[in-house]
Design a protein around this ligand. Structure first.
Ligand code: ATP
Ligand code: MG
Length: 375
């Protein structure tokens, strides 16, 4: 029913009515087959980019050349963007970078994609074209490189990270990772240094947000890829965290916190300012703040939960009793004393006294009343 989106249909019809091939391709087909939510819809066609623009303009659809060098035009329909990319094939590989040319052959286009499960094509009626047997791999929850793993990695080292992230998202946790692919990742890991922080960050976010990233991260550490993106990171506590998280929605930043590594993480992953701030705050709180109610009061229940879970995973300690209720209680509480309650004080002295009373109040488990504090 994702295909029945009238805007997706309109884009496909725009191209096919003009006599071109048009397919939705990649992650959206994979996810639709898995019954997973489809976010972005990618479309591929044998129409060349100028032709896509021409057809869109004739139909009154806005066309933005977002990646002209990759042959990508974004069509905007009712505010929704559709990336339309002209099918391509590799002509020759000069050193690391493949030279590409446009193609009208789905099989050639598929050969340039990273994994077989990402090389699936669906037409407007939902008929799937599967030139590389990706459906069988998808069913078997097997992340398989298209072509020779090492050759594909040497073309684009990001594929190492994508291998682990797709395994975490769609792989069979019981099956482990393909030994040849892991070997290729180990050989290629040294090349990851040249990847941009944006690309690394985007993959790491998706990897760490997967239901259980721990086995993939452990394999990444073993082949040397983890040290390339998070030098000093230690994957040991991550499985403990995932275990403690049972029933709690995953948060990638919490998992990054447990994975650790130096303060450099923000640069290597291009964290947003808010993420950098949160990470710093959580690191500080792990070391200092102990009680769940105080964490809820100071940070709010959600970041407070991150700190409690991360600390328990890192220190191999049990979760404190009633920690979730305590976080909520702290989050809802407000310090009962106001400046107006201390009319005899002002300036720094007032501030100091308020702080002292707040410390007493926190030490009491947020139970002392205004009267008790002032009395
Ligand atoms: P997600 O659901 O996370 O978006 P996705 O499979 O759609 O997963 P994208 O990064 O959006 O991943 O890429 C879209 C498609 O483009 C992929 O399915 C794959 O076919 C192709 N692709 C993307 N990145 C690469 C790459 N580095 N090398 C080869 N093919 C790639
Ligand atoms: Mg996508």
């Amino acid at each position: 029913e994702w295909l029945s989106n009238p805007r997706t249909q309109a884009v496909l019809a725009l191209l096919s009515d003009a006599g071109h091939q048009a397919f939705v391709v990649g992650g959206c087909v994979r996810n639709a087959l898995l019954g997973v939510a489809v976010t972005d819809v990618d479309i591929t066609t044998d129409a060349h980019p100028e032709r896509v623009i021409e057809l869109a303009q004739a139909a009154g659809i806005r066309a933005v050349p977002t990646g002209l060098d990759h042959g990508t035009i974004t069509l905007v329909l009712d505010g929704e963007g559709f990336e339309v990319t002209t099918m391509r094939r590799d002509v020759a590989t000069h050193g690391r970078h493949a030279t590409v040319a446009f193609s009208s052959d789905v099989t050639e286009d598929a050969a340039r994609r990273d994994f077989t499960m990402n090389a699936l094509y669906a037409d407007a009626r939902g008929h799937v074209t599967d030139p590389l047997d990706g459906m069988a791999d998808l069913r078997a929850q097997r992340v398989r490189f298209v072509g020779d793993a090492l050759a594909r990695i040497n073309e684009d080292y990001l594929r190492i990270l994508r291998f682990f992230r797709f395994h975490a998202q769609y792989g069979d946790p019981a099956q482990g990772l393909d030994a040849d692919a892991l070997d290729a990742c180990a050989r290629g890991a040294g090349g990851m240094g040249q990847l941009s922080a944006e690309r690394i960050g985007a993959e790491m976010r998706k990897l760490l947000a997967a239901p259980d990233p721990a086995p993939a991260v452990a394999a990444m550490a073993q082949c040397g890829a983890l040290a390339q993106v998070l030098p000093g990171a230690d994957p040991q506590a991550l499985p403990r965290l995932v275990h403690l998280e049972a029933g709690i929605p995953p948060r990638w930043l919490r998992r990054l916190l447990v994975l650790g590594g130096p303060e450099g993480a923000p640069d290597r992953l291009r964290l947003t300012r808010a993420e950098t701030r949160q990470l710093g705050q959580m690191r500080g709180a792990i070391a200092t703040l102990q009680a769940a109610a105080e964490l809820g009061y100071r940070l709010g229940p959600e970041p407070g939960a991150d700190v409690i879970l991360a600390r328990a995973a890192l220190l191999e300690s049990p979760l404190p009793p009633d920690w979730q209720a305590e976080l909520q209680r702290g989050g809802a509480a407000s310090f009962p004393v106001r400046a107006a309650d201390l009319p005899h004080l002002q300036g720094p002295a007032l501030g100091e006294q308020l702080k002292a009373l707040e410390t007493r109040w926190l030490a009491s488990g947020l139970t002392l009343t205004r009267k008790e504090l002032l009395g």
